[in-house]
Design a binder for this molecule. Structure first.
Ligand SMILES: *[C@@H]1O[C@H](CO)[C@@H](O)[C@H](O)[C@H]1NC(C)=O
Ligand SMILES: *[C@@H]1O[C@H](CO)[C@@H](O)[C@H](O)[C@H]1NC(C)=O
Ligand SMILES: *[C@@H]1O[C@H](CO)[C@@H](O)[C@H](O)[C@H]1NC(C)=O
Ligand SMILES: *[C@@H]1O[C@H](CO)[C@@H](O)[C@H](O)[C@H]1NC(C)=O
Length: 793
């Protein structure tokens, strides 16, 4: 297990003490001033979690970490003992697909003689971590290497500073800078690397400055991208450029722009006897000049002190965000606290804020965010958390998405490295937008443009509908569903396979999201129209199909009107679990079974329960069977909401049991502690909601209540300063007294088993009284969450 090794733990404590001293003058009494001390960045770094474990700031473009030579290195570092190929400044977090970025690696090494004896080829030079390594905390990562170095890194928004310490003073340390090898080895050329010697104005230091960039492929999308760097090292004795094994001592540029497969970079030799040195790197998506400016302004000192100050600041920035949430941790195990804070932390790593550094439409004055990977994953749990904890950043995300629509014509589902990414299902940006719209997120947002964007998704089909907007629009207009093997949109071949059933379900819910925005902007005709369209999903309800004693499931349908039979268990953990992706044989359901998708009517549950599933008690049995028979999979995002769905059947007590058992069974503080790819923090965000005891029905103004793992939780709205508090009387750690007996909202008796966003936007208190037995609280028809046929929207 990695967690914290002894040396850096001491460092973390020192930093937190310094932080406390630093803050003492402006002290507001807080329950916990340094929640960063509970964050374990290594949760989810093995077993396919793909978590980014390195140093970053909230939604920062720079995410620095050691890169493992491992097939699971989507997040850079993997806790599987694999050799390390370098420490690089750009990563995505928790993604599936290929591994993103990872270029511009700094790698500390020794050479047997002069620079011309250095080994530059990636797999020949890589070196294993020492045991008990690495360690880290928010804003800091450290790894010991078997070549005698300890490599530390800390970051700002657009820059990183490395500190390399060696125990081998008899030799001169060498820093290898690898320009071309990203994690996926996708270098496309356009390489550029220049070495200059400068004298720093402020410190009179001699700086060796490397600048340049190159071109690579995105990890789950189309096209190519270019990105640039600026690396500064002080006190270099000697340097060289390497070009596929040819080492040119004293050369100051590459002989050519390079081509795919090339290994290009530089070697910087420090004087004999150097035991520690630092290197600073800035990154820009626009130019290396901009990368230098970022580095100089964000990390002025290229010294060990500059490192320490950067690290302290990074921790303070994280604590500023995390302390918007305060929990009463009395009686809460340290494991639960670690899981909670680590999960909350991971919910704010992606997407990244690239405002002011957007190469795509540099003249726009709107914010730009990138690394939506993908909205299919993040709209359900990550962005609803941002609406409460970081509403200003969420408003910027909405503005950035609307600007993507303005410049490309449609909203995206997935983007990475400034390129278009593959859409996973529906046009779920529509629901991401409606979620913020109904919650009153408005700062700087042109919601008329937002409305135009979602309407365009629903009405105009792009040629490249596999990477933006929707497909099947024409067929759906004729048939009311998307047929198997739809040919109405055959013009594109990019990411257009299958998923006809799951896409229709998602498009239908996306249409409901559009209806909510239409209503809010006063387009009543639009509201009626999209509400009607949101029922289309039921056209795929085949009332004859049976499975495990239940009748009626979502099935794909041919254009003739005939249903296609797909075993409702297909794509679930018990049948064909890993065969439902974006591949030609991926089938008609994406990453979840018909068993699971047949519950996906977040806007219309009562209709489905009463008129399709056979009534409340059959619905509740069916939900139990989904879990008991292993048809559900919380390791993919469609598996999240069903754990809270019992509230629609008037059984919030069953939600409590299901959510607690899901959390206990599938989530832990181990490196293998999450059930699937973290997916840009989605697994983390689910664990946060499950621990808080309420869950967003993303896209609408509804949170389903379960039971909290804390006696009390307070959210401070960082924009308005208002506070929302949820308290639990008789709380005993969700062991015996876990069921709600009664509730008061702002002092008034409250029997609904759901709340809306008002408590967070205006402030307020929800007081739950818990007991050991299920009660009648939240069970009556008037207590159930909103649903179209029972009113409420
Ligand atoms: C330096 O550290 C490495 C890795 O821990 C170790 O193998 C080596 O023996 C050390 N060398 C010296 C000179 O202490
Ligand atoms: C370091 O010392 C070795 C042997 O003493 C010598 O050959 C080498 O040139 C020195 N390197 C530098 C960069 O001073
Ligand atoms: C996003 O980046 C821009 C430019 O650096 C900055 O002005 C803005 O405050 C950032 N947004 C957030 C929410 O931090
Ligand atoms: C939707 O509108 C169509 C056309 O007006 C109508 O036939 C259909 O019954 C409506 N569907 C629902 C669910 O209201």
């Amino acid at each position: 297990m990695t967690i914290f090794s002894s040396n850096p733990k001491t460092r973390a404590v020192v930093v937190s003490v310094l932080f406390l001293l630093h803050q003492a003058s402006a002290l507001v009494i807080r329950a916990e001033a340094d929640p960063a001390r509970f964050v374990d960045p290594f949760i989810g770094t093995s077993n396919g979690g793909h978590v980014f474990a390195g140093s970053t700031l909230p939604f920062a473009p720079v995410k620095a970490v050691a890169d493992s030579h491992s097939s699971d290195n989507q997040g850079g570092y993997v806790s599987d003992g694999s050799p390390i190929v370098g420490i690089s400044p750009l990563h995505d977090d928790g993604t599936g697909g290929g591994a993103s970025m990872g270029q511009f690696k700094a790698f500390p090494t020794f050479c047997s003689g002069g620079l011309d004896t250095c080994v530059t080829q990636e797999t020949s030079r890589m070196v294993s971590p020492v045991s008990g390594s690495p360690s880290g905390c928010p804003g800091y990562f450290s790894i010991g290497l078997q070549n005698g170095y300890t490599a530390e890194v800390t970051t700002t928004n657009h820059a990183a500073i490395h500190r390399f310490t060696t125990n081998w003073s008899a030799q001169s340390p060498v820093l290898l800078f690898d320009l071309t090898n990203d994690l996926s080895h996708s270098f496309q050329g356009n390489g550029n690397l220049n070495i200059q010697t400068l004298t720093a104005q402020r410190q009179g230091q001699t700086i060796t400055r490397l600048t340049g960039g190159g071109e690579w492929n995105p990890s789950f999308g189309i096209g190519t991208y270019d990105v640039y760097f600026c690396l500064d090292v002080v006190g270099v004795a000697n340097y060289a450029i390497y070009d596929n094994g040819a080492i040119n001592i004293g050369a100051t540029s590459l002989p050519s722009e390079g081509s795919p497969g090339d290994q290009l970079g530089a070697l910087l030799q420090m004087p004999n006897g150097t035991s520690s040195f630092v290197a600073r790197i800035g990154v820009s998506w626009m130019s290396s000049g901009k990368a230098c400016t970022y580095a100089e302004s964000e990390i002025p000192l290229i010294t060990s002190q500059g490192f320490d100050e950067t690290q302290m600041n990074a921790r303070a920035v994280w604590n500023e965000l995390l302390t918007n949430v305060q929990v009463d941790a009395t009686g809460v195990s340290s494991n639960t606290q670690t899981l909670f804070w680590s999960s909350l932390y991971r919910s704010f790593i992606s997407p990244m804020n690239v405002t002011g550094d957007n190469p795509l439409w540099p003249d726009s004055t709107e914010p730009y965010y990138d690394s939506y990977y993908c909205i299919w994953d993040s709209f359900r749990v990550v962005h609803p958390l941002w609406t409460i904890v970081q509403p200003q950043a969420q408003a910027e995300v909405i503005r950035a998405l609307i600007d993507v629509y303005r410049h490309t014509g449609w909203l995206p589902d997935c983007r990475m490295s400034t390129d278009m990414g593959y859409t996973q299902g529906g046009s779920n940006a529509d629901s991401l937008l409606s979620d913020s719209f109904v919650k009153g997120i408005s700062a700087g947002i042109n919601w008329m443009d937002g409305y135009a964007a979602v309407v365009r998704d629903a009405t105009v089909e792009p040629t490249l509908w596999g990477v933006q907007g929707r497909g099947g629009i024409k067929s759906r207009a004729q048939l009311g569903y998307i047929p198997v093997g739809d040919t109405s949109d055959a013009v594109s071949t990019v990411n257009t396979v299958g998923r006809s059933a799951s896409r229709l379900l998602e498009y239908s819910y996306n249409d409901f999201s559009i209806a909510l925005i239409a209503k809010g902007v006063g387009d009543y005709q639009g509201y009626k129209y999209y509400l009607n369209k949101s029922m289309d999903a039921l056209n795929l309800w085949d009332p004859t199909v049976q499975s495990a004693g239940f009748t009626g499931f979502i099935q794909p349908r041919y254009s003739s009107g005939e249903f296609m039979y797909v075993d409702p268990r297909m794509c679930s953990p018990v049948l064909g679990h890993t065969s439902c992706y974006l591949n030609p044989q991926g089938g008609e359901f994406y990453e979840a079974s018909s068993w699971q998708y047949s519950f996906y009517f977040p806007h219309n549950m009562q209709d489905v329960i009463q008129n399709y599933m056979g009534g409340t008690s059959t619905f509740l049995n069916r939900l139990d069977t989904l879990f008991k028979n292993g048809y559900s999979d919380v390791g993919d995002e469609p598996g999240f909401m069903p754990t809270f769905l019992y509230n629609y059947g008037g059984r919030p007590d069953k939600t409590v049991d299901r959510v607690l058992s899901t959390l206990n069974t599938y989530f832990s503080t181990e490196t293998a502690g999450i059930p699937g790819n973290d997916d840009s923090g989605a697994m983390g965000a689910y664990a946060v909601w499950a621990s808080l005891g309420f869950f967003p029905v993303a896209g609408q103004n509804t949170y389903l209540l379960s039971t909290p793992l804390f006696r009390s939780v307070t959210f401070t709205n960082p924009v308005t300063g208002t506070k929302a508090t949820i308290t639990a009387n008789n709380w005993d750690g969700a062991t015996t007294n876990k069921y709600v007996q009664s509730a008061k909202l702002n002092g008034r008796t409250y029997t609904k088993n759901w709340i809306n966003h008002e408590i967070f936007s205006k402030g307020g208190t929800l007081e739950l009284t818990l007991g050991s037995r299920p009660s009648s609280w939240g069970t009556q028809p008037g207590d159930l969450p909103p649903s179209i046929t029972t009113g409420g929207f």
